[in-house]
Structures are given as structure tokens and as C-alpha cells.
Design a binder for this molecule. Structure first.
Ligand code: PGA
Ligand code: ZN
Length: 403
């Protein structure tokens, strides 16, 4: 059925039933989407996805074995028949694929994370929350920073509950600092619950750095540079500041921020075709987690390419970028094969679904990037806490290899 996401846009939710067991998964929606992602909905319309479900999919799913994940995912591709899920929509494909995994897990009486771990063969662990505390770009209004996300993550914490608490504390402290220091700022937040103050990128980073003082947290950015990039002029346009940069100037600027603020993580610092500049940034900072989102869009083939070229040390995994659990697992396995850090991520338009936490644990992700505050963000953190409540120290907390 059609439901609303956190932005109030329509998206889809799927419920699959087998005997007296059922599983329901809602699909999120991105705003800062990569060009190589699958189509979220047929003709951009969530209602058309539901129509497609009723007319071409439902009948074929009846009686299907949910524990055959590959079979379900192949069926989704076959029924769609396009390269990019443009007929049924990647969001519908994702919701069916994930609901099937949850249903199979329930039928086998194991938690969804354990089912995903079994399918992937990866070692499950509790991921560290990578939290967006301040934002701009496509996720906020005019005057906010041009960089999309300013991120924090806990280092040296005892467990995943402490890790979540650490990010919440950073978000809270940052709010107090911004209200005190930024004239006219009333505490407004962007799409992911991160503060959206009228500051330039550097002033924003200074505020975040001040907020994490004494908290022992790592700092990062999601530049989301494809959104800034003007293909015709071959320039990065910092719209809110009225500045343009060439690729060379962009590299210098990002490198300057990494040095000045001691950043540990930088996502999408260059546009989605520029493997070479990503490689140069990796080379300049041997320990920096240069992370590909739009660059690799959860596709195993592109992750392999980025790894061969030395362009990334981390990759974002957003299951609805590719549409199925099987392909998300393939992307995670390809990352593991190349010693690339996995970051399982929400979208800016989210639902209160907690499945993402299970996916992150089951894929042995180092990070889960799911925001800090707002019901739809906290839903993922709370699901992690529930998993910890049930399984305690039988799973380990991820460690950051590079930071
Ligand atoms: P989204 O992007 O708005 O497409 O979810 C978030 C991100 O760039 O990580
Ligand atoms: Zn991103």
C-alpha cells in the first residue's frame, strides 16, 4: 500500500503473509540520488508501483517460497524486465525483497540479522552509528552550508547503547552552541533531523568540532558533490556562497578541511563519474575513509571498479539504490573481498521501519548511517538497542580500521 515518508512524500509498504506469520517493510526515498541508481517508482508515482504489484507481481508471489531469497529477487527482476526497475520501481522491489527476508527469518524463528548473516556469509557485528548532526545542500534551505552532511561517530565506547548515546549527546550540545552563537537561528532542522543553520561549511565544521570536544568522536562529511556539480561548466557550484570550484580546487578545498579539522570520513567529495579525483584524495591521506555513495550506488560491479582504481576505502550500501536484498548482499561481499568498509545507510525520506538495523548487523557493517534524531531515525537506533538487549556481547561492536 501507499504510505507517507518523513518528508510527507508517498512511498510504498509491503506486507507478506505465510500461515500465521507476517512481515511488513516500508521503503524509504532519497532526494540526493545517484544517476546510476534504479528508478524508485514507475513514472515517479508510488501509486503506479502498487498498481504494478497488484497486476503483475501478486499472483506470481502467491505460493512462492520466501526462504528462496535469490528466487524471489530473480522473480522481481524477471517481472520488471528492465535494467533499472522502471516498470515496478526499485522501492517496491526493495520492500518485497526485504519483507520476504523478514518472513523467512520469522518462519525459521531466527532474527532477521542472523538470516542476513547466513545468506551473506559475512561476520555479523554491531555497527557504529554515523550520525548527521548538521546539514545543508539538498537537504536544507537557502543559507545553510553547501556541504550536505556533517557527521559524527563514537570512538572507544563500551557498547552500541553507549555509542548511540554519544551521538545524541553531540547533537544536543551542537544545538546549544548554535542557538548561542548563530544570530537569528531558531533551531531549524533539515530533512534528516540535522540542524540547518545559516553558516558556511567551515563555520559549521568549527561548531561541530566544538560540540564533540571531550566526547572522543570522529568527524566526517558527506559532500554529495554530484548535486553541486555542473556538467556543462565542469565546476562545483557552492550555491549558497556564490563560489565555483574546478576539480583541482575541489580537491585542494576538501584536503584542506581534512587537515584542518582532522576528518576521518569523507563521502562523495567529487561527482559520480570522477574515480580519478577520489583516487587522488585516497592517496593524499592513507588513513582517511574516502566513501563512495553516488559513485558506486550499491552495485558490486562499481564497488569492484572503485576498489581496483584505489578510489574508495568505504562504500555506502542503500538497498533501494539497487532494489533487492541479494544484490545488496553481493555489494557487501564485494566490499569485504576488497577490504572496503561497509556503511549501511538510510535515505533522507524515511519510514519508521527498523529493518535497516538488521541489515547492518547481518552484513557486518562498520557503520550504520541513519541520522540521530527524529522518530524515523531513532527507529533504527532503537532496533539496534533491541538486538543488543537480546544478544548482548555475543556480537562484537565494530571497530574502525583506519581512524
Ligand atoms: P538521499 O541521500 O537524499 O538520496 O537519501 C543521502 C546521502 O547522500 O547519503
Ligand atoms: Zn551520500
Amino acid at each position: 500500500m501507499v504510505i507517507f515518508d518523513s518528508r510527507g512524500s508517498e512511498t510504498v509498504e509491503v506486507e507478506l503473509v505465510s500461515g500465521n506469520i507476517s512481515a511488513r517493510v516500508g521503503a524509504p526515498s532519497g532526494k540526493s540520488r545517484g544517476a546510476k541508481e534504479v528508478m524508485p517508482f514507475p513514472e515517479n508515482d508510488a501509486r503506479k508501483a502498487v498498481q504494478a504489484f497488484n497486476t503483475v507481481l501478486k499472483q506470481r508471489l502467491l505460493g512462492f517460497d520466501a526462504s528462496d531469497q535469490r528466487g524471489v529477487d530473480e522473480l522481481l527482476k524477471k517481472v520488471d524486465g528492465t535494467e533499472n526497475f522502471s516498470r515496478i520501481g526499485g522501492n517496491l522491489a526493495y520492500a518485497v525483497s526485504a519483507a520476504s527476508a523478514v518472513l523467512a527469518a520469522r518462519a525459521q524463528n531466527i532474527p532477521p540479522w542472523a538470516y542476513i548473516a547466513r545468506l551473506s556469509g559475512l561476520k555479523p557485528c554491531y555497527p557504529l552509528p554515523l550520525g548527521n548532526v548538521l546539514g545543508g545542500g539538498a537537504h536544507a534551505g537557502e543559507g545553510a552550508p553547501d556541504i550536505q552532511e556533517f557527521l559524527v561517530f563514537p570512538q572507544h565506547v563500551a557498547n552500541v547503547v553507549e555509542a548511540v548515546k554519544c551521538n545524541v549527546e553531540a547533537h544536543r550540545r551542537l544545538g546549544r552552541i548554535l542557538l548561542r552563537k548563530v544570530g537569528g537561528f531558531g533551531g531549524g532542522r533539515g530533512d534528516e533531523g540535522a540542524y540547518a543553520p545559516p553558516l558556511d561549511d567551515e563555520k559549521a565544521l568549527e561548531a561541530v568540532k566544538e560540540a564533540v570536544e571531550g566526547l572522543n568522536q570522529g568527524l566526517g562529511l558527506d559532500v554529495a558533490a554530484s548535486n553541486m556539480y555542473n556538467t556543462e561548466r565542469d565546476r562545483y557550484v557552492y550555491r549558497n556562497r556564490g563560489v565555483e570550484k574546478t576539480a583541482e580546487e575541489q580537491l585542494e578545498y576538501i584536503a584542506g578541511l581534512v587537515e584542518r579539522f582532522g576528518l576521518a570520513y569523507v563521502e562523495d567529495p567529487f561527482h559520480e563519474e570522477d574515480f580519478e579525483s577520489h583516487r587522488r584524495l585516497c592517496k593524499m591521506f592513507p588513513r582517511l575513509l574516502v566513501c563512495g555513495d553516488d559513485l558506486v550506488v550499491t552495485r558490486a560491479r562499481l564497488i569492484g571498479e572503485a576498489a581496483r582504481k584505489g578510489s574508495v576505502r568505504a562504500v555506502i550500501l542503500k538497498p533501494n539504490q539497487v532494489g533487492t536484498i541479494s544484490d545488496t548482499i553481493a555489494a557487501a561481499v564485494e566490499a569485504e573481498r576488497n577490504s572496503i568498509v561497509r556503511v549501511v545507510s538510510h535515505r533522507s525520506g524515511e519510514t519508521c521501519d527498523g529493518f535497516l538495523a538488521h541489515l547492518a548487523v547481518g552484513l557486518g557493517a562498520t557503520f550504520i548511517k541513519a541520522g540521530v534524531l527524529g522518530g524515523e531515525r531513532v527507529a533504527k537506533a532503537n532496533e539496534l538497542i533491541r538486538i543488543y538487549g537480546q544478544h548482548g556481547e555475543s556480537l562484537l561492536l565494530a571497530e574502525v580500521g583506519y581512524a
